[in-house]
Design a protein around this ligand. Sequence first.
Ligand code: ATP
Length: 356
Amino acid sequence: MSEIQIELTSIDKHYGTFHALKNVSLRIEKGSFVALVGPSGCGKSTLLRSLAGLEGISGGTIKIAGEVINNVPPRKRDVAMVFQSYALYPHMTVAENLTYSLRIKRVKKDVARKAAEEIAATTGLTGLLDRYPRELSGGQRQRVAMGRAIIRHPKAFLFDEPLSNLDAALRVQMRKEIRSLHDRLGATSVYVTHDQIEAMTMADYVVVMRDGVIEQQGRPLELYDTPTSKFVAGFIGSPAMNFVSGTIAASGSDVVLDLPDSPELALGRQLGMNRAVLVGLRPEHLSVVPLDQARIRLPVAVVESTGSMTYVTTATTPELTIVETGRTVVGAGDMVGVRIEPAHIYLFDEETELAL
Ligand code: ATP
């Protein structure tokens, strides 16, 4: 088994009477890239800040490289944090920002400059070492923030929404840069984001948090393929999964949807009789088909085209989103045939919202 670099055991965090982290346990392998993802307020930043020592914990144990560090101050934890706000020193040049930690350790000037040049080459900052942060673009500032972390050779990199201030195109580019830096350095990285696409594309392992607990953890496609709850099913995947009420028909293996004129759908698995369920249908597993070939016919409310994809939203309650590759000829107000891929039907218990 691979070496565990970070081990969180039964972490609790209270802010006064508010219970922000509830018995959270997580093991992170050395060399892995782990994303903590979840909606605003779920506790992901609190967990990262607890790991960095910026936040005290109320209970539990934090180990880094096998050593309990609960009472070790942030500076001595040997982790490097990269923030959304970059947190660069405005009055220092790029080189001075990069080598700040070396200069504190009184490393000689020429050694520090050489280290700055090496880091600049690694992070794409060559030629910018004598500029001030205000003379850099957002992406370049974020690279300085990363370079400053790399130069310390930390036991782990902790990223707190580092790309949130960048525009969409730059975010996609920086996503790849951060991941490839992680690979080249053989680093261990923990990355907080509210953006599930960022988590899915960058991480080896994704931890989905909700209300201070870990709802599910696994490899990105495991979470997409086999979500254990409606929450994870709805959070992972874009556009989000559609949910429709349904019942398992008396035959015991067919689902009847609560959509107008909706047919029975053969499930091919036994789930007991006459049971109310929530049916999860991913937009990409639905398709628009000619009316005369369809068992489900639904009115269209909105059609949105991005060129490569078309998003069709139905005028039903609840509405369904259908993703079509390429273009379609359907428009708002049309009736369309809808096909559901039977192999891709997700079922959740109506009450517990857990996967069946
Ligand atoms: P976001 O994406 O919005 O940053 P998050 O998942 O990172 O969300 P946290 O910042 O970890 O959320 O906060 C978790 C919960 O703890 C929130 O409900 C927040 O209001 C609360 N919280 C955070 N810091 C404090 C504090 N210093 N005092 C009281 N409550 C706090």
